[in-house]
Write a protein that binds this ligand. Sequence first.
Ligand SMILES: C[S@@+](CC[C@H](N)C(=O)[O-])C[C@H]1O[C@@H](n2cnc3c(N)ncnc32)[C@H](O)[C@@H]1O
Length: 336
Amino acid sequence: MAAERGRRRAPGLAREVHGESTQRQGADDYHVPVLVDEVADLIADEPDIVVDATLGGGGHAAAVLTARPRVRVLGVDRDPEARVVAGGRLAAFGDRVRVVAGRFGELSAILEQETAYVAGSAIGAVLFDLGVSSHQLDAPGRGFSLRADAPLDMRMDPTQGATAAEFLESVDEDTLVLLLRENGETRFARVLARAIMRSQPRTTSDLVAVVDRAVPPGARRRGPSAVRVFQALRRAVNEEGAELVDGLRQALTALRVDGALIVISYHSGEDRVVKDFLRDGVTGGCTCPPALPCVCGAVPTLRVRSLRAITAGPAEIAANPRARSARLRVGWKVAA
Ligand SMILES: C[S@@+](CC[C@H](N)C(=O)[O-])C[C@H]1O[C@@H](n2cnc3c(N)ncnc32)[C@H](O)[C@@H]1O
């Protein structure tokens, strides 16, 4: 992996520290990636850079580097722990990988900062494997899981921004209702928001208890309210909605013509954003009646083979239940 010394950094981008012990946890235990072969199949074996914008434990990156010997990978993650684990896993690929810190919304700045690594190559694909890794979810102390008692933190990058507990102190009830509704907890959003605001939970156990008390006993059996509340809060704390939109736009700008924009989502709201982004790219935002030729001057930016998502088969779902909700969508950039 190339050294980072002496490189210019975009504002707000943390410097990555390589060489720190990467073996504290095996990358295989860290996260089992989904739709790995499908992702590798979508990437051309060209002397390109593939940006893995959600490096995680490096599973997808390792598969791509193995299956596509001509590509190099620029791996990005906002979580320092993920970068250390992935850096260790991918070290065997030497100069074909570079691991950097950053968020989706910083992709353009990262690519500008990394010109020395990217130089001479085009961006052949950008991969987003959204959400959190199994390790982030399971790590006691990070506050993502309702199964372990921990401070209510939930930041993917624990060095930046407000924790979930601080977020709850700063938000008003109506905003919290909206956040819960966006995440599917429509029936009890108001009741839950009021209870949460009143009790101001500081730990994951506090939050589980508030949700349990707020939801009527009959309804508790029908839906995992706490799971949805945790997800809604995590998405808000990490600004996942805005990050996704920014990331998709910046990825499309960065891609070469025929480069692949590959997105795996696990949440229906997120999948809708991705689908709409691809559809808008295909139509160029055309407003003309579908039966008539386009006269509005819309210029397509993407082509797709299908607007249907690629999903995991039964064998993968049996081996990795997380794959059940995975929706992979892909579009290829067209010449403007
Ligand atoms: C589902 S995991 C990716 C797993 C990875 N594909 C693998 O094979 O191990 C998602 C990763 O993306 C990171 N992530 C999520 N949103 C991000 C964002 N806006 N900017 C940068 N990294 C993000 C998380 O920290 C997490 O490590």
